[in-house]
Design a protein around this ligand. Structure first.
Ligand SMILES: [Zn+2]
Ligand SMILES: [Zn+2]
Length: 377
């Protein structure tokens, strides 16, 4: 019998330890060692494939169905400014996305599942996934066979604007598809006083950055969510020379295949059209990031039903942020939730302070939903 107050105390301590020892993507060696030890103590079979340098995969129970529970484990290259007593001890690295919260919650669920290991009705497979922030870890896990034979997978992200104990689930798209772009205009450099002798890469960049906003306002379906953000521009290095090249980069966020496709097509047409009209050459680099985190309708219905028996179920606002859990959700029926962390800052902020009061509900959410799926799938 696991006592709530005792479990809560333990997982808060574990989160604080993990928070003190953050590691960036694919370098989570201390974290991996810690998680492996904790899971071994609880009697889990460690089945981490040797091709994974970091991250842990562990199982308990036996046979089908196999239900996956996923937590990410990496931190960010951010200097922490929280001044918490358990602030990061690794200079310039911080759990500023709250993945420490996710790990501690999954360790809590691990305790609860281990206590019932002979009556689970299947296998619980815990995936502590590396490198979420670089959007490569889920693919690494899949390539290593981590989701093989899996019938369902669940995961969550802490949500600063939800209160501790609130669980947000909805069917369909919860987090956006992420695309990244970089555009270089190749003009002809010249004296600033004699623009007629060159081809101005700065002017075409300026008009293009403006014109790209017409994608969302004039090409996308107004009922569909989409964002185009140019976030970084550069060109030239002094006041009296028109440079040969200027470039910009940024990101597109969408929630449907059609919106994603429209955005990319229109983006390339606008850049090509602008370049042609100014007589310069443009090169476009397009990097497709994670797809939409898409919740399976039926599993979401079951998960929501189970959640509201125990916790406060809310209907969350989808987020334009990306999540590489989508890589799993494209391959295995899945449910991804937002779980309240009641924080004053948002993700990736140096002052992010998640609320420990949200940890036990998060641990129990994993446990209750996994158990229900093990029983019903
Ligand atoms: Zn993040
Ligand atoms: Zn995150």
């Amino acid at each position: 019998m696991v006592i709530d107050t005792q479990l809560e105390k333990e997982i808060i301590q574990k989160r604080h330890f993990l928070h003190q020892h953050p590691e960036i993507s694919d370098q989570e060696f201390t974290t991996t060692k810690f998680l492996t030890q904790e899971l071994k103590k609880l009697g889990y079979r460690i089945i981490t494939p040797s091709s994974l340098n970091t991250g842990v995969i562990a199982e308990i129970g036996k046979g089908q169905p196999i239900v996956g529970l996923r937590s990410d484990i990496d931190a960010l290259p951010i200097e922490e400014t929280t001044h918490l007593p358990f602030a990061s001890q690794n200079t310039g690295v911080m759990h500023a996305c709250g993945h420490d919260f996710h790990m501690a919650a999954l360790l809590g669920a691990a305790v609860l599942l281990a206590a019932e290991k002979d009556s689970l009705g299947g296998t619980a497979r815990l995936i502590f996934q590396p490198a979420e922030e670089t959007h490569s870890g889920a693919q690494e896990v899949e390539a290593a066979g981590g989701i093989k034979d899996m019938d369902a997978i669940i995961g969550f992200h802490n949500k600063p604007d939800l209160n501790a104990g609130e669980i947000g689930i909805l069917p369909g798209g919860l987090m956006a598809a992420v695309d990244q772009f970089k555009v270089v205009f190749h003009g002809i450099g010249t004296h600033a006083a004699m623009p007629q002798l060159g081809r101005d890469s700065i002017l075409v960049l300026a008009t293009t950055v403006s014109a790209l906003q017409s994608i969302v306002s004039r090409s996308e379906d107004p009922q569909q969510s989409a964002v185009v953000s140019v976030t970084h521009i550069a060109g030239g290095n002094t006041w009296n020379v028109l440079p040969e090249e200027a470039w910009f980069e940024g990101t597109v966020r969408t929630f449907s295949k059609s919106a994603r496709q429209t955005a990319q097509e229109r983006f390339k047409e606008i850049v090509a059209g602008q370049a042609a009209s100014f007589g310069v050459r443009a090169s476009v680099e397009w990097i497709a990031g994670p797809d939409v985190v898409n919740n399976d309708e039926e599993l979401t219905r079951i998960a929501a039903d189970e959640t509201k028996k125990h916790l406060k179920l809310v209907f969350p606002q989808p987020s334009n942020a990306g999540e590489d859990f989508s890589y799993f959700s494209q391959r295995v029926p899945s449910v991804f939730a937002f779980i309240g962390s009641n924080a004053s800052s948002d993700w990736h902020h140096s002052d992010l302070k998640v609320d420990d009061a949200g940890l036990l509900p998060a641990a129990k959410w994993y446990y209750w939903v996994a158990k229900r799926f093990l029983r019903e799938l």
